[in-house]
Design a protein around this ligand. Structure first.
Ligand code: SF4
Length: 243
């Protein structure tokens, strides 16, 4: 090959390298910023894309797929991924789906869900403005608490949903959700009533609506917790000003 031909090929290679470099830079600049939340799974297994690379709820849902990663898949009817506003400033997190949720594939739609809807309305919001999810996405048999290995397997998906949504406030509903998020074994009765920091996100633990249905006297402390959330909601704004 003559010198001029070699020079021309080298020039094409250089130009291509430069274009690829610029393209990568542009893609990096466009990627949504992620808050430094809890570590998520980054390994790729069997060709599965990493959760950390999932920058939309759709991408997280796609990676979850028809999940059989833990034993809870055996008795479930539908996966309950979570639903609501993808830019919610306030996120509610319960422990796991119940019978109605399992049938419909939606979080908090049974009697406890209806109570949660009223609680959300009481602080001047609608379900469309918040995001609602659970620690595990499949119904534990007979509504038992999710077991540690089930939580460990499912939690990375919720963590990534939180990283994508970037809520300003999280309300943990009930003891299992609170203990999981705050990594504590303290009773919910002692934890509720104040905010805890979860890598920059204030978390308010409160009683689960299902518990309130059985113990209506506890509605008062929940109302106090909600008022604290309402106050903080009025004080905070997303860094980019998007509501
Ligand atoms: S609970 Fe979570 S990890 Fe377990 S099967 Fe359901 S989606 Fe998968």
């Amino acid at each position: 090959m003559s010198h001029p031909e070699q020079d021309a090929q080298a020039a094409v290679r250089d130009a291509l390298r430069q274009m690829v470099g610029e393209l990568k830079g542009r893609l990096r600049a466009q990627a949504p910023e992620m808050p430094p939340w809890v570590t998520v799974e980054t390994e790729e297994t069997d060709g599965e894309p990493s959760l950390e690379g999932a920058t939309s709820l759709e991408a997280v849902r796609e990676i979850l797929g028809e999940c059989t990663r833990c034993r809870l898949h055996e008795k479930r009817t539908k996966i309950v991924f979570g639903q609501g506003n993808r830019r919610a400033r306030l996120m509610f997190i319960g422990e796991g789906p119940g019978a109605d949720e399992d049938r419909q594939g939606l979080a908090f739609v049974g009697k406890a869900g209806q109570l949660l809807t009223r609680i959300i309305a009481a602080i001047g919001l609608s379900r469309d403005e918040v995001y609602i999810a659970n620690i595990v996405k499949c119904r534990p048999p007979k509504n038992r608490d999710p077991q540690p290995d089930e939580i460990e397997t499912c939690l990375p998906f919720l963590k990534q949903q939180i990283r994508v949504i970037r809520p300003e406030i999280i309300c943990a509903l009930g003891a299992p959700a609170t203990r999981t998020l705050l990594k504590t074994k303290a009773p919910i009765s002692r934890l509720r009533g104040r905010f805890y920091d979860l890598d920059g996100i204030p978390v308010m633990p409160t009683y689960h609506p299902a518990y309130l249905l059985r113990n209506p006297a506890e509605k008062r402390p929940v109302w106090e917790d909600m008022q604290a959330i309402q106050k903080m909601y009025g004080q905070t704004r997303n860094a980019d000003g998007v509501l």
